[in-house]
Design a protein around this ligand. Structure first.
Ligand SMILES: Cc1cc2nc3c(=O)[nH]c(=O)nc-3n(C[C@H](O)[C@H](O)[C@H](O)COP(=O)(O)O)c2cc1C
Length: 202
């Protein structure tokens, strides 16, 4: 296998063993990075903020704030969310088999803080929402919602990676800026506009 083999470049499951055991020697593996150093460093990677919602076994809405969310595949349309193994929302997502990713706008910081509290029924008081196609709550006033059914659940250390197949999408107010999370705190886009917009579909 050469280094230009795309399976090595993208590290798919088949190449993992070769990468871990052959391609990366003792030196590359080195000492373990501490949780604190890892958290601090990965925090420099700015993300959006979402509330991932689903339906609990009692039929009540559940949700958690999540920024470990990524687009995964265009065809088929897949998205992934990484849930802490102790997450009550994860438990609901596994049983309900569906979830919605609600992308927050900058003025929705309070909503983010609200859903960062563990499984409080009271967290839904005053939160405007309606059930989407899969029954998962769509939050009012968000930038976008992607409604998904669960395609795979994969192990990911102290998290579980839930891969969702996107079944329905909706976008909201195009002018509202996104809520960001950066270096352990909320952030907003700077005043400077981006140099150049990417063409649609790029
Ligand atoms: C900005 C932000 C991002 C977060 N991202 C995630 C995440 O991606 N995955 C996760 O499991 N928890 C994440 N959390 C923590 C959960 O929101 C928090 O643990 C919550 O209490 C879990 O609720 P639940 O147990 O009811 O699901 C995040 C919290 C904040 C404030």
């Amino acid at each position: 296998m050469t280094t230009t083999d795309p399976r090595v470049a993208y590290g798919d499951a088949r190449s993992q063993e070769a990468c871990g055991e052959e391609a990366c020697g003792e030196e590359a593996r080195g000492e373990e990075v501490s949780a604190g150093d890892f958290r601090h460093t990965i925090g420099h990677f700015a993300t959006g903020v979402t509330v991932v919602t689903s339906v609990g076994i009692d039929g009540q809405p559940v949700g958690t704030t999540a920024n470990a969310v990524s687009s995964l595949s265009l065809d088929p349309p897949l998205i992934l969310v990484c849930f802490d193994l102790s997450s009550q929302t994860l438990e609901a997502v596994r049983v309900h088999g569906a979830f919605a990713v609600n992308v927050l706008a900058a003025p929705q910081q309070e909503l983010s803080a609200n859903f960062a509290r563990r499984g409080l029924a009271a967290a839904w008081d005053g939160v405007r929402h309606r059930p989407g196609r899969t029954g998962s709550p769509r939050l009012h006033g968000v930038l976008a919602t992607l409604e998904c059914t669960v395609e795979h659940c994969l192990p990911g250390g102290d998290h579980e990676i839930v891969v969702g197949r996107v079944r329905d999408v909706e976008t909201g107010d195009a002018d509202a800026p996104p809520l960001l999370f950066w270096r352990g705190t909320y952030a907003a886009l700077g005043g400077e506009p981006p140099l150049r917009s990417l063409p649609r579909g790029a």
